[in-house]
Write a protein that binds this ligand. Structure first.
Ligand code: GTP
Ligand code: MG
Length: 195
């Protein structure tokens, strides 16, 4: 993954709009505002590639980005966002579930969890969905710069315990800060090494 190597492909609001499943794909899921879009920008080294914002619910489509000629990075709408109209939330959730359980080339889902908050019930719901779809998922802790080192172990333990209940969970956790760059190269090589 090198800067300049990634481009925006398209934003999708229905399964019928998905690009052809002709290459390996990874996606970034997580609660609204957890830092999915910021992480994609950090991973690709391309500021402003994925639209990040302090307004929860910013990403409202499934956004596809290329990473080289061989794979897609997919930015998903956040879940657990309470302030959108109910019918809109229901529509996103349906699309999210269809995508996560029905995308044949989806090689791994990264489930992002805020380092300050740990795994919440809505995260567990997504993890359960990934279990039943047999999609391997890996937890990425975000915003590590916002947590003091002494509070870190507690959250890590909570996340490990939650993951132990999910058969589709890949046990290795990645602690990241898109702001400071922590863990970004680690995650980049995890993505690059998937085959
Ligand atoms: P939705 O699209 O609404 O679901 O949000 P998202 O998960 O894509 O989050 P986004 O990347 O837009 O980031 C949300 C907010 O968190 C923005 O204000 C970011 O600047 C901030 N943020 C993201 N990553 C980090 C980080 O590593 N450290 C800090 N301090 N802030 C971050
Ligand atoms: Mg976003």
């Amino acid at each position: 993954l090198f800067a300049g190597e990634s481009t925006f492909v398209k934003g999708v609001v229905a399964m019928s709009g998905l690009p052809p499943a002709d290459r390996l794909e990874v996606c970034f899921a997580g609660r609204s505002n957890v830092g999915k879009s910021s992480l994609i920008n950090a991973l690709t080294g391309t500021k402003g590639l994925a639209r990040a914002s302090n307004t929860p619910g910013r990403t409202q489509e499934i956004n596809f980005f290329t990473q080289g000629p061989e794979r897609y990075l997919v930015d998903l709408p956040g879940y657990g966002y309470a302030n959108a109209p109910l019918d809109v939330v229901a529509k996103w959730q349906r699309l999210l579930k269809q995508y996560l359980s029905g995308r044949q080339n989806l090689r791994r889902a990264f489930v992002l969890v805020d380092s300050r908050h740990g795994v919440k019930p809505v995260d567990e719901e997504i993890m359960a969905l990934l279990d039943s779809a047999a999609v391997t998922f890996q937890c990425v802790l975000t915003k590590a710069d916002k947590v003091k080192a002494k509070d870190r172990e507690h959250v890590l333990e909570q996340v490990r315990t939650a993951l132990s209940r999910h058969p589709a969970a890949y046990p290795e956790l990645v602690l990241t800060s898109s702001e400071k760059g922590d863990g970004i190269s680690t995650l980049r090589s995890i993505v690059a090494n998937l085959t």
